[in-house]
Design a protein around this ligand. Structure first.
Ligand code: FAD
Length: 477
């Protein structure tokens, strides 16, 4: 414990965010980190509790609380406070292959379980992690370290999201020769083509991928395994195969008029913007889905929906509405949701903050969904018929479900509709190609401990096995 009285002496202080009206002028990250000295004081707030819930990713009351990677948080908070930066990096890197990603995009399950948060503000674990990893790059601790000996064993990893990258990193370090196959033109999975630049600038991914290349990992892009390359050829060529293909089967919405033009899945919309920015250095007409001067309706109140709000505003949307089926959560924890459970509270994320600044109101409409899309004469979506929902117990199962309220229909303008309703599992062409079994949710079924599928030598990890989740879980898997 760096400073026993730290949590009494220092208040939580956070990185300063550029104002919403200023930051929407570009797609850059928008937080200015604290100075090194100030961040060290933040590390001094860690109480090094006897039971560090922060590092103990566990399911409590149906939700995970604490770090899925079991990051040794009190240890590196102490090392950071004492200025032992290289050792802090070594301890951080011991459990987390990619702190440069998690310190930017993780919802910080650790902070929700921090004991300081029981009576006050949690320790700023994510910002401490950010300083440790960025300092490690600056000082050269995070550079390439290729294995001294090769085992002669070959592994193919299918998919280059955080789970595929973590698999590749671990196995390469053990001396196996790893080839990562990716169907997109760039490495990174949803880190690259899902999470927008504002949360994770893409040169951060390239920086790590280049180190992995130097360390000996081979990356093959624009190659769709199961289509461009036969699964049988992969199985013949490699000793082991790991499927890290993500959970990419987007959940659709079943509403009249769904076939109208101008309705996109969130990831396709977000990917088109990121790809255009990366390919051209700026947005070039015709290479992305434009939101300019459009009334944008986003179906889904979660994080992906919020990313769509922030992106649509940067693209010049005329209005943005975000629909959420569930009731508005409370501002504070309720009695039935005590610390250290994951807090089921209202969160106003960066995109929603920006909508409030630009349009003067929160874009979210709770307990609402789309009943119908109306088209113009060219088949383009023009309006959306919304309907309110109310909770009702299902007579057969006894489970609560949201049902439409008769007569609550309301028509809104909608020239661009984005479906951010989540993902439902693996893609059949890949699982069929490898002959692996899937569970009832179409996630790849594996043995509990080894993550091996029913096909000997074929393993699965990340969203393809776990279902739609988080970057920290993808790395952990
Ligand atoms: P993915 O990242 O989906 O990567 C799978 C890769 O496999 C893809 O690149 C795909 O092209 C490739 N692939 C699939 N099949 C094949 C094939 N047959 N051949 C070759 N390549 C193939 N999580 C957070 O923690 N924080 C966030 O802020 C956050 N924001 C998100 C925002 C959005 C818009 C979305 C959609 C998700 C977000 N997530 C976030 C969730 C997180 O991105 C995922 O949980 C994580 O990326 C899953 O990692 P993965 O490696 O399992 O799969």
């Amino acid at each position: 414990m760096g400073k026993p009285t730290g949590f009494l002496e220092y208040e939580r202080e956070e990185a300063k965010a550029t104002s919403p009206k200023e930051r929407i002028k570009n797609f850059n990250e928008f937080h200015e980190p604290l100075s090194v000295d100030k961040q060290k004081c933040q590390a001094a707030r860690c109480m090094d509790c006897g039971v560090p819930f922060c590092q103990n990713g566990k399911v409590i009351a149906g939700m995970v609380s604490g770090c899925p990677l079991n990051n040794l948080i009190p240890e590196w908070n102490d090392l950071l406070y004492n200025g032992n930066m290289e050792q802090a990096y070594n301890r951080l890197h011991k459990t987390n292959n990619f702190p440069e990603f998690t310190s930017r995009v993780c919802p910080a399950l650790c902070e929700k379980a921090c004991t300081c948060g029981l009576n006050g503000d949690a320790v700023s674990v994510r910002a401490n992690e950010h300083l440790i990893i960025e300092n490690a790059y600056e000082k050269g601790y995070a550079g390439a370290k290729a294995p001294h000996v090769r085992t002669g064993k070959k592994v193919a990893v299918i998919g280059s999201g955080p789970s595929g990258l973590a698999v590749a990193d671990q196995l390469n370090k053990r001396g196996h020769s790893v080839t990562v196959y990716e169907r997109d033109d760039r490495i990174g999975g949803l880190l690259m083509y899902g999470i927008p630049n504002m949360k994770l600038e893409k040169h951060i991914i390239d920086r790590k991928v280049n180190i992995m290349k130097e360390e000996g990992v081979t990356f093959v892009t624009n190659t769709n395994v199961g289509k461009d390359v036969k699964a049988a050829d992969i199985l013949k060529k490699y000793d082991k195969v790991v499927l890290a293909c993500g959970s990419r089967h987007a959940r659709d919405i079943n509403a009249k008029g769904r076939d109208a033009k101008g309705i996109y899945f969130a990831v396709d919309f977000l990917m088109s913007t990121t790809k255009s920015l990366l390919d051209n250095g700026k947005l070039v007409d015709g290479t992305y889905v434009s939101a300019k001067d459009k009334d944008v309706v986003i179906i889904g109140g979660g994080d992906t929906g919020n990313d769509c709000v922030g992106t649509a505003i940067r693209l010049g949307a005329k209005s943005v509405t975000q629909l959420e089926m569930m009731p508005k959560p409370s501002k504070e924890r309720t009695k039935s949701n005590p610390w250290p459970q994951w807090p089921r509270t209202e969160k106003t994320d960066y995109g929603q903050e920006e909508a409030i600044a630009v349009f003067g109101k929160d874009p979210r409409m709770y307990q609402t969904t789309v009943k119908e899309f109306q088209k113009d004469k060219n088949g383009n979506v023009k309006k959306a018929v919304l309907v309110s929902l109310e909770p009702q117990k299902d007579k057969k199962t006894g489970r609560m479900q949201m049902v439409p309220v008769p007569g609550s229909e309301k028509v809104v303008d909608a020239n661009l509709v984005l479906i951010a309703a989540g993902f439902t599992g693996s893609q059949k062409y890949v699982t069929d190609a490898f002959g692996v079994s899937v569970d009832a949710r179409t996630n790849v079924a594996t043995k509990e401990e080894t993550y091996e599928t029913n096909v000997p030598g074929v393993f699965a990890a990340g969203d393809v096995r776990r279902g739609q989740s988080l970057v920290a879980w993808a790395i952990q898997e």
